[in-house]
Design a protein. Structure first.
Length: 320
C-alpha cells in the first residue's frame, strides 16, 4: 500500500466524524463559529500526524525554491505555514459539505475560460476536464449549475467510501454525477465514452498514481523536482478524440473561489502511431499549467503524503 492510500484512509477516518459534528455546528452556530473550530481541527492534525507535517514542509520548501513561490510565501515556510496549509484543507472539506447540502448561494465564484465549455455545449459536444488536488474540484457543482452543464466526475473511492456516502446523503441540487473508478477494470473508460457521446463533460483528477491501476506513470519536472503523473487520462482523451482542459478552482477569500479552464488538447482524430506522443505532450503541458497555479496557491495543494517519493517509486515499477 502506498503512502497516498494510507493517508487517504487515515483522512477518511478523521474527517467523517469531524464532518458530522461540523454539520451540526454549522446549522446551529453558523459559518463564523465553524471557521474558528476548523483552526482547532487543523491544530489536532498538525499535532497528531507527523507524516502529514513532513509532507507539507517538503512541499512548501519545494515551492519556496521557485521564484514565484518565494513571492507568494514571502518568507521561508515554517510551522505556521504548515498549520495554515492544514487549515486550508479543513476549510476545503467544510466548504464541500456546505456545497453538498445544497447551499450554493453561500459561495461566490469568479471564472476564466468557461466560454469554451459553453461553446462545446451548444454544439452538443463533451470534453474532459482534468484537475488536481489543488483547491476544490468539488466546486464543479457550482460551475455546472451556473452554466447549466452536465458534469460527471471520475472518483477513486477505495479509501473514501464512507465519506462520499456521507456527502451524498446531504442531498441538494446536483448536476454532477460520480463515476467510481475500479482500478483493475476498463469499465470506467466505457462510461466516459458514453458521457462524451451524450455531449456531457467528464472531470478527472490526474495528480496521483493509484496502486493497482492502469495509469502508466510518466516522469516530468514539477516545481523543480522529478515527479510522476498518470498518462491514462490524457491517452484516453486522445484515443476518444475528446477536447481536454485543465480545470481548477481555488479559494481567493472566505467563501469566494476562482475557477480556471485552459485548453490542452483541441480534440479530433489522431493516428494510432502518434497517440502516445500527443498524450505525453498534453500531460507535460497540463503539468506546466498546474505548476503555475500551484506556486501562486501553494497552501491549497492537498496531497499530504510523500507526493514526489511515491511518484518516483511508481516509476520504478512502470514505464518512464
Amino acid at each position: 500500500m502506498t503512502e497516498a492510500s494510507v493517508w487517504a484512509r487515515r483522512l477518511e477516518r478523521g474527517t467523517l466524524h469531524g464532518m458530522r459534528f461540523g454539520r451540526f455546528l454549522y446549522r446551529t452556530a453558523g459559518r463564523r463559529t465553524m471557521s474558528w473550530v476548523l483552526w482547532l481541527i487543523a491544530a489536532y492534525f498538525y499535532a497528531s500526524d507527523g507524516d502529514a507535517r513532513r509532507a507539507s514542509r517538503d512541499w512548501l520548501a519545494s515551492v519556496w525554491k521557485t521564484p514565484v513561490g518565494r513571492t507568494t510565501l514571502r518568507q521561508p515556510p515554517g510551522r505556521l505555514a504548515t498549520l495554515r496549509h492544514m487549515h486550508n484543507l479543513s476549510m476545503s472539506v467544510f466548504d464541500r459539505m456546505v456545497m453538498w447540502m445544497g447551499e450554493a448561494d453561500a459561495f461566490a465564484i469568479d471564472h476564466r475560460g468557461g466560454e469554451a465549455l459553453l461553446a462545446l455545449a451548444r454544439e452538443g459536444r463533451g470534453a474532459i476536464l482534468i484537475g488536481a488536488h489543488l483547491g476544490s474540484f468539488d466546486m464543479l457543482r457550482l460551475i455546472s449549475r451556473q452554466y447549466g452543464l452536465r458534469v460527471n466526475v471520475l472518483m477513486f473511492t477505495e479509501h473514501s467510501e464512507r465519506l462520499n456516502t456521507f456527502f451524498e446523503s446531504l442531498g441538494g441540487e446536483n448536476n454532477v454525477r460520480v463515476i467510481r473508478i475500479d482500478p483493475g477494470s476498463v469499465r470506467s473508460a466505457f462510461e466516459i465514452k458514453a458521457c462524451l457521446d451524450r455531449g456531457e463533460f467528464v472531470g478527472i483528477l490526474a495528480d496521483r498514481v493509484h496502486p493497482g491501476g492502469r495509469e502508466r506513470p510518466v516522469e516530468t519536472l514539477f516545481v523543480g523536482r522529478r515527479a510522476a503523473f498518470p498518462l491514462s487520462p490524457f491517452l484516453l482523451g486522445v484515443v476518444l478524440g475528446a477536447p481536454m482542459f485543465l480545470s481548477l478552482c481555488t479559494t481567493t477569500s472566505d467563501a469566494r473561489y476562482f475557477a480556471v479552464t485552459e485548453p490542452i488538447f483541441a480534440g479530433g482524430s489522431v493516428p494510432r502511431a502518434e497517440r502516445e506522443k500527443v498524450a505525453r505532450e498534453a500531460l507535460v503541458d497540463w503539468a506546466r499549467r498546474l505548476e503555475s497555479h500551484c506556486v501562486t496557491a501553494p497552501d491549497q495543494w492537498f496531497n499530504f503524503y510523500d507526493f514526489f517519493g511515491d511518484g518516483l517509486a511508481a516509476l520504478e515499477g512502470g514505464q518512464r
